[in-house]
Design a protein around this ligand. Sequence first.
Ligand code: ATP
Ligand code: FE
Length: 361
Amino acid sequence: SLILGIETSCDDTGCAIVDNEGNILGEALNSQHLIHLRHGGIIPPIAQDLHRENIDNVVNEALKAANITCNDVDAVATTVKPGLPLSLTIGMKYGKYLCKTYNKPFIPIHHMEAHALTARMHDPNIQFPFLVLLISGGHCLLAIAQDVDKFLLMGQSHDDAPGEVFDKMARRLLLKNIPEYSKLSGGQAIELAASRATDALEFHLTPTLLKYRDCNFSFAGNKNQFQHHIKKQERKFDLAPDAVIPGFHNLCAGLLLVVTRHLCHRVQRGIEYAKLKKLIPVDRQTLVVSGGVACNNFIARGLEMVCEELNYRMVRPPPKLCTDNGVMIAWNGMERWRTNKGIVNALDSIEIQKSCQLGET
Ligand code: ATP
Ligand code: FE
């Protein structure tokens, strides 16, 4: 069977067709990243206009690459939650339109479940239940994926998501004024700057929540400390208004280090808790790391060290599957299609949802 997937939850218009073995028959992606970069962040009505402008082309491009028409697919899977309402609406309407025109069932998809399940497409050996860390632009979640439609939430961020912190701090540092950094996402820019640091400990940032015996996350404190360091540097040097402060490499390295330590610490707690409560069979102990921030090699190396120490296997999908794309939506649709879960024929009953928690707590 074949599933067509549509993603428009944020600033990427994506479409893909996958088969039951996880082969990608065709895919297309239109990123709005560079346009939003000019505005200093995503402006929802602009994102909506761009989705509306591009969705038809993106879907047709994916179908063309797969050398099929919409008649050949079994169902249409589309992200309906969580995300920007204006963005989600475009994908949902387009998905419904395809279903109506070609008489196909609709499979509503939860964007974060899709980030988590992509790993099973990349590596079919991953069986439920597995531990999953989702780190992205809007979320920071630690959960146990128990089934296609069943997640146990172990912890989440009290405030910002790590990708959001990287994006905001890269903007605050004016990194896009450096040509080499001008086209990178905030996370990529911070990673590149950090890789050129001479001393990651020059600017001290305090690890958060060390005394809390749960698996939740917090990044706001470090963000404030980081901004404080920037202000101090700005006072120390007499800089042009569009100049990047001296020492920014070390500053970025300090931020990446403290975020990595925090993620590692919370994951370590999560693994120990799962062991204590016997939530994951000993022969299946796997940590999946996904979401845009999972592209970060420094963070991944830290998490790999934790996994090695605790006898877990770590799986990270390739970067292009970690950030938003149509493939993960099509694949989640396939996981639901072949287990007959959440397939909808009554199109009117489907609504978008701005926020929606992953699984149960
Ligand atoms: P969500 O999935 O929570 O709805 P989103 O869909 O906007 O958020 P993704 O596309 O999954 O987010 O990820 C984008 C985020 O990943 C951005 O915040 C970006 O800065 C971050 N990111 C991308 N590459 C890297 C990297 N190499 N290191 C750190 N962060 C990165
Ligand atoms: Fe995402």
